[in-house]
Design a protein around this ligand. Structure first.
Ligand code: COA
Ligand code: AMP
Length: 630
């Protein structure tokens, strides 16, 4: 069948379409219906089914006789380690970990925070929670203690599973002190912590609270899979919104299983047994969906890569991993390819490796710039597929579904809407826009299985953030357009979210941190264009009257403050002091205009600007920081 037939089949009978896909999942009790719409516009999928995510990702493959197949390949250029874990081994390890968690009181519905680097134990911790019906919340290792504390207070976990350390090129990330500090800051205290001690740094364990990963499993009975309802939360994943309080995206069990399973063949075109590699991190949604759950649910081998595209040791690492493990599909962020291209513009290192196994490259997480796509196409000789999605949706809203048919690639577009998504471009009043015109991108409700049903403990915020601006639609927060063939073009965010090296960050959250500096009276953070990372945050600071410390010192403090409060991943290094910020007459800071100045773009003087002269001052300050770049 062609893509258009499949999309039409979904449109004709959405529930029938998803009930059919649900047959690929093992249910303890099959759902009798797909969609629950009684509480519309809040929807749920497969609510009356009973199933278990870990069973579907692990045990069922063993039961089907595929226990000897490799489930996880760990490849770490940072520790010079490679090893493989079969599905049978994974089952034993996860059942043991789950048994130990259960023995300490973890039950269905309890929250467990996971704070771990790219090691297989991170996936095992996620799966062990799923096995018990516990709700995990993985926190990315590049966040600082304060961000972890905010998540501890919101998710109120009974336990935290962490590693002793993470590894970044040239430095050890001291996870355990970060964890201790976060627990000290948080009002909520977990009952206990489980620490996976890595040989690169063995952490001090606090008597009575912290348990060693191996020691606490000793002599404990392994746990079986606990069936949970289709609408039982599988996990919470926090993502950046407009403020310092992150949004706890909830994922329900049934829809997650069904949608991810569908996506593996239909979008990525892999068959069970094929090696799938998402070069991301378990702390992001890509890591949840396509390092851990999607490949395992579908019976693929997944690669857990602890390294960087460049510098570990060179720009040939990705090709080495593809060759060593016969990777069929690679999924990463465009920034990784920009980094490789910068170090090895001719792609010379590619010639050192046999990449015969590679059939496609998928890119997501940020806008894929044409130069990067064209370079990858030319150097790899496989389809390079841009696809668009968000933490909220958990899987692609728009893609080129290679397993259905390879549609013509239009560079600059993540192609077309996937079944389940009725994507519309709306004007400010919520009316659909004609083809080719720019507007807000919205998805007609209900969203498909696998997407967020709500925000953790924050349904009013869920409604306000996503459902209120355009009644009957989910507001994506992205702006763009659709062409006459239905291809989407994602142009910009409509909110304060910026995308730095494929990492989603909130400028609002950074402003909150800067405003806490005693000398800062007012500030603005904008996202400026960057050749490598796509965007970089840049802070403009107005100091209090009477502040005596030199501007350079305040700037240095502020850079440190953001690193300490949000984390190194914020990549906040650009800031300067200005006299005044440009505003409208009603006092709204003109951030978008400042972005245009920094990027060297033409801009229209905002009609409501209070004092146009301030823009000249800002231009001088930005010039001082090197923007616009020459
Ligand atoms: N734990 C601790 N610190 C981390 C971290 C982690 N898991 N991940 C990143 N950091 C730190 C980095 O060490 C860096 O610190 P520094 O300021 O001391 O140098 C900082 O956070 C910024 O990281 P990043 O923006 O990733 O820059 P980088 O210079 O380390 O690497 C790239 C640049 C392009 C190589 C890198 O961003 C990359 O591989 N990106 C791939 C994109 C990706 O995986 N996106 C996920 C969504 S799909
Ligand atoms: P995250 O929730 O971290 O996955 O970030 C989601 C946001 O990243 C989206 O709302 C977009 O702004 C951006 N994004 C993701 N994929 C793409 C893409 N293929 N093209 C353009 N922007 C993208």
């Amino acid at each position: 069948m062609a893509y258009s037939d499949i999309y039409a089949a979904w449109q004709a009978d959405p529930e029938g379409f998803w009930m059919e896909q649900a047959k690929a999942i093992d249910w303890d009790r099959a759902p009798t219906r797909a969609l629950s719409d009684e509480a519309a516009p809040i929807y749920e999928w497969f609510a009356d089914g009973l199933t278990n995510t870990c069973w579907n990702a692990v045990d069922r493959h063993v039961a089907a006789g595929r226990g000897d197949q490799t489930a996880i390949i760990y490849d770490s250029p940072l520790t010079h380690t490679q090893h493989a874990i079969t599905f049978a081994e994974l089952q034993t390890r996860v059942a043991s970990l789950a048994g130990a968690l259960r023995a300490k009181g973890i039950e269905k519905g309890d929250r467990v925070i996971i704070y771990m680097p790219m090691v297989p134990e991170a996936l095992e911790a996620m799966l062990a929670c799923a096995r018990l019906g516990a709700i995990h919340s993985v926190v990315f290792g590049g966040f600082a203690a304060h961000e972890l504390a905010v998540r501890i207070d919101d998710a109120t976990p009974k336990a935290i599973i962490a590693a002793s350390c993470g590894l970044e090129p040239g430095r050890v990330v001291h996870y355990k002190p970060l964890l201790d500090n976060a627990i000290a800051q948080a009002a909520h205290k977990p009952d206990f912590c489980v620490i996976f001690q890595r040989e690169q740094e063995v952490a001090h364990l606090e008597e009575g609270r912290d348990y060693d990963w191996h020691g606490f499993q000793y002599g404990v009975a392994p746990a079986d899979c606990v069936p949970v309802e289709g609408n039982h939360p599988a996990y919470i994943l926090y993502t950046s919104g407009t403020t310092g309080q992150p949004k706890g995206v909830v994922r329900h069990t049934g829809g997650h299983l069904v949608a991810l399973h569908w996506s593996m063949k239909n979008i990525y075109n892999v068959d069970p047994g094929d090696v799938f590699w998402a070069a991301s991190d378990v702390g992001w949604v890509v890591g949840h969906s396509y390092i851990c759950y999607g490949p395992l649910i579908h019976g693929n081998t997944t690669v857990v890569f602890e390294g960087k595209p460049v510098g570990t040791p060179d720009a040939g690492t990705f090709w080495r991993v593809i060759r060593d493990h016969k990777v069929r599909v690679l999924f990463t962020a465009p920034t990784a390819f920009r980094a490789i291209k910068r170090d090895d513009p001719q792609g010379t290192l590619i010639g050192n490796y046999d990449l015969g196994s590679l059939k496609a490259l998928f890119l997501a997480g940020e806008r894929a710039d044409p130069a990067t796509i064209e370079w990858a196409q030319a150097k790899l000789g496989v389809p390079v597929i841009d696809h668009w999605w968000q933490t909220e949706t958990g899987w692609a809203i728009a893609a080129n579904p290679l397993g259905i048919e390879e549609l013509p690639v239009k560079i600059g577009s993540p192609s077309v809407a996937m079944p389940g998504y009725d994507v519309q471009i709306l004007d400010e009043a919520g009316h659909p826009m004609p083809a080719g015109e720019l507007g807000a991108i919205a998805v007609k409700l209900p969203l498909p299985p696998g997407t967020l049903p709500t925000l953790w403990n924050a349904e009013p915020r869920f409604r306000k953030s996503y459902l209120t601006t355009f009644p009957g639609y989910y507001e994506t927060g992205d702006a763009g357009m659709k062409d006459a063939d239905g291809y989407l073009y994602i142009m910009a965010r409509t909110d304060d979210v910026i995308n730095v090296a494929g990492h989603r960050l909130s400028t609002g959250a950074m402003e909150e941190v800067l405003a806490s500096h005693p000398d800062v009276a007012e500030c603005a953070v904008i996202g400026v264009s960057d050749d490598l990372k796509g965007q970089l945050p840049l802070g403009l600071l107005c100091l209090n009257k009477g502040a005596t410390r030199p501007a350079a010192e305040v700037v240095a403090d502020c850079v440190k403050l953001v690193r300490d409060q949000i984390g190194p991943v914020a990549a906040f290094k650009l800031a300067c002091v200005v006299e005044r910020l440009p505003k409208t007459r009603s006092g709204k800071i003109l951030r978008a205009t400042m972005v245009k100045i920094a990027d060297g773009q033409e801009f229209k003087m905002p009609a409501t600007i209070d004092d146009p002269a301030i823009l000249d001052e800002i231009a001088v300050a930005l010039k001082g920081l090197g923007y616009p770049a020459a």
